[in-house]
Design a binder for this molecule. Structure first.
Ligand code: F2R
Ligand code: MG
Ligand code: MG
Length: 321
């Protein structure tokens, strides 16, 4: 068995790795990626440099810091952490920027996310950062649900924005608690995910589409047509989960596949990387990628330290796990 602490490190560094690999191609079509790069297996140059992360990882860092500091989700502290970590150069979504501005102007953390779009955002911003919650509460679905709600609502109050984050967090949780030496039971994995969805959830038909697509060899175009690849949570979270289930045996193949789907490449690859990293653990992340990840004050070494602190907290919560 791989040590659980390596799985926590794999989850958080998997987010950074997928984010950095996908970022230079965010917004590109699958066809143009295929034409210009074939498969993207090496870190490309990016606007902040090779291996740098974007808002996906920056917000994940804020969430992990606050979880460790407060021993769980504290809405006020977490809102402050999102604000303190915010670097506009990392490329934030418009809705999240607006929620952060509202917070900065004094609007409460319970209220800010509700004032974005009509009924809150259903962008993938709450899902892309949720990996630390998936790790910490991987043994307790009720606590996981509560932590997803509290950490999401600050910027993504729309029910779909939250439900996508729940689906992604639970996928991470299932991966973290699974034995990587055993083949993933796809039917069981999808049924478990379905069990957390609301009755009329738009994610249900996406899980059904995955069930249809997984046994065959669908082309990228068909996968994108069925699941989507944009920055709404209802398309990108299923795309990330599919990337993992289609390539569950290998971290690298999961993340390369996710980038190849095009569209919101940094985010789909970050979320796929979190699930695959949680399943396989840090040792499965290719060394040639790890060495290229951003260093510095809140770079990859810091992210790994956060993952270890999160694991210490987990062992306090579940001493007999
Ligand atoms: N923002 C980007 N990438 C473009 C900027 C990068 C650029 N290259 C640069 O140099 O700066 N990426 C990041 O944004 C996505 C996460 O978005 P988030 O945080 O969820 O933002 P938002 O705006 O809330 O939602 C995204 C879009 O979804 C649609 N949408 C959401 N809720 C809606 C609603 N209620 N009604 C209608 N539309 C809604 C909108 O189109 C939003 O803009 C990630 O890709 C991250 O990497
Ligand atoms: Mg991003
Ligand atoms: Mg993105």
């Amino acid at each position: 068995m791989i040590a659980l602490v390596e799985k926590f490190c794999g989850t958080l560094l998997g987010t950074h790795t997928g984010d950095a690999l996908g970022m230079p191609l965010e917004g590109a079509s699958p066809g143009s990626i295929q034409k210009n790069y074939g498969q993207v297996r090496e870190m490309l140059d990016a606007r902040l440099g090779v291996g740098t992360y974007t808002d996906d990882t920056e917000m994940m860092i804020a969430l992990a810091e606050s979880l460790v500091r407060c021993r769980g989700v504290n809405g006020a502290d977490l809102a402050q952490a999102y604000l303190e970590n915010f670097n506009p150069l990392r490329g934030y979504g418009a809705g999240t920027r607006k929620a952060l501005e509202l917070l900065r102007s004094g609007v409460s953390w319970e209220e800010a996310g509700k004032r974005v779009f009509e009924q809150g955002s259903y962008g993938n911003g709450a899902s892309m950062r949720i990996a630390p919650v998936g790790c910490l509460y991987s043994r307790d679905l009720e606590k996981l649900k509560e932590a997803v709600h509290l950490s999401s609502v600050i910027t993504h109050a729309h029910p779909w924005g939250e439900e996508g984050a729940l689906l992604q967090a639970y996928a991470v949780a299932l991966a973290v608690q699974a034995d990587p030496w055993q083949e993933i039971d796809v039917d069981h994995f999808l049924a478990s995910l379905e069990s957390v969805l609301d009755e009329g959830s738009p994610f249900r038909e996406k899980l059904q589409a995955m069930q249809r697509l997984l046994p065959g060899e669908p082309g990228i175009e068909e996968v994108v047509l069925e699941l989507g690849n944009d920055s709404r949570t209802v398309t990108s979270v299923p795309a990330a989960i599919f990337s993992f289930l289609k390539n569950a045996a290998d971290f690298e193949e999961t993340v390369v596949y996710a980038v190849g789907l095009g569209g919101d490449t940094d985010t789909i690859a970050a979320m796929a990387g979190a699930i695959a990293g949680g399943f396989h653990g840090k040792p499965a992340i290719p060394e040639r990628w790890l060495t290229r990840l951003e260093r510095g004050a809140k770079g990859a070494d810091y992210i790994e330290r956060l993952a270890r602190e999160l694991y210490d907290l987990y062992t306090d919560f579940y001493p007999h796990a």
